[in-house]
Design a protein around this ligand. Sequence first.
Ligand SMILES: *Cc1c(COP(=O)(O)O)cnc(C)c1O
Length: 404
Amino acid sequence: MSEALSKEQLTAIATQYGTPVYVYHAETIENQYRKLSSAFRNSNTVFFYACKALTNINILKHVKQLGANVDCSSINEVKLALYAGFLPERVLYTSNGIAFSEIEEAKALGVNINIDSLSNLEKFGKKFGHSYPVGIRLRPNIMAGGNLKISTGHEKSKFGIPIDQIDQILQVVEQHNLHISDLHIHTGSEIKDVDVFVKGIEVLFSIIPHFKELEFIDLGGGFKVPYKEGDVGTDIDLLAEKVKAAFDNHPNPGGKPLQVWFEPGKFMVSECGYFVTQVNVIKETSAASFVSVDSGFNHLIRPMFYDAYHRIENISNPSGPLKEYAVVGNICETDTFAWNRKLNEVREGDLLVFYNAGAYGFEMSSQFNSRFKPAEVLVKNGAPHLIRKRDVFEDLLRNQVEVL
Ligand SMILES: *Cc1c(COP(=O)(O)O)cnc(C)c1O
């Protein structure tokens, strides 16, 4: 796999800003967005970047400049998006299990809202009636996604209103004369099989005739990106073709052609991200040669949490002989990044880079073990910019109230 940022660039950034450090390449995000917009150029489609993958304000501004919209999963993400300059009509709040007060707040801010429970739909209807168009997040009862932890559309999932409760949904809509502008489904993450999206469309088309004011069909995110050598991501061109065909086969009974929305998170920012760490210790044991880096699942939780595979390279010794290692972290908890992994011979002090670390990397980091959160650097037009300082000691005490 060829990398947008060279070993030399990453080494220079690690030297300048220290490790561990997240590095993002702006033009890779642009390329990913262009892949989507060019594949769907012949259809009425809008992309909302699911910003929970990476919310650094500079990333939000960059995505806005590219022309994408933004999808939010909390009211604070909505506020960050507005702060980054997105117009409210370009912001979508796809809520799940939230207090009604947050939905009221989102309405006051003028953003698009997908409601995911009968209870909140009813409260919304009581309070606002037909006055504010709103979307419904449905659970299509489709199994999809890389693993159960990231599958959201199946029959045991908490997300969305189960589609088998359509009678109750229609009752609430009718009773309060709700203006339903959008139907949403999001079946999971890492969906390689584009037919999953087609299946979702088929499910939605069975109920679309009930919603006379519908304008948008929101098919969520979940496009797969390659993590491993030989991995294949979602075929975006094929997806565009199949989605277009599905809509051509189902003209909207309401008359107006429906606009299709997608909410790509990982697809937009995974590949732009590099996580650079430094080797603290090498420990030879009968089980493995352990390589401990100056990080852990407090900074990159995906391997431990999702059994995710991240490609790792020793950029300090790129032509060293290949040897097998267990790459682990430095926190007091088992935090294995990789087991039986072949790397160019590793020496203490070497820099190891984790690829595809842009999505759900920094964003899911914590201060566990009272370690500092890493710095973040954005490379744009070849120049590195520090976009988040590394934590300092005061950050560990911030908001603590000393009473003793
Ligand atoms: C997380 C999420 C996404 C993005 O998923 P990716 O796998 O990162 O593309 C999109 N929509 C909703 C509602 C989500 O919760």
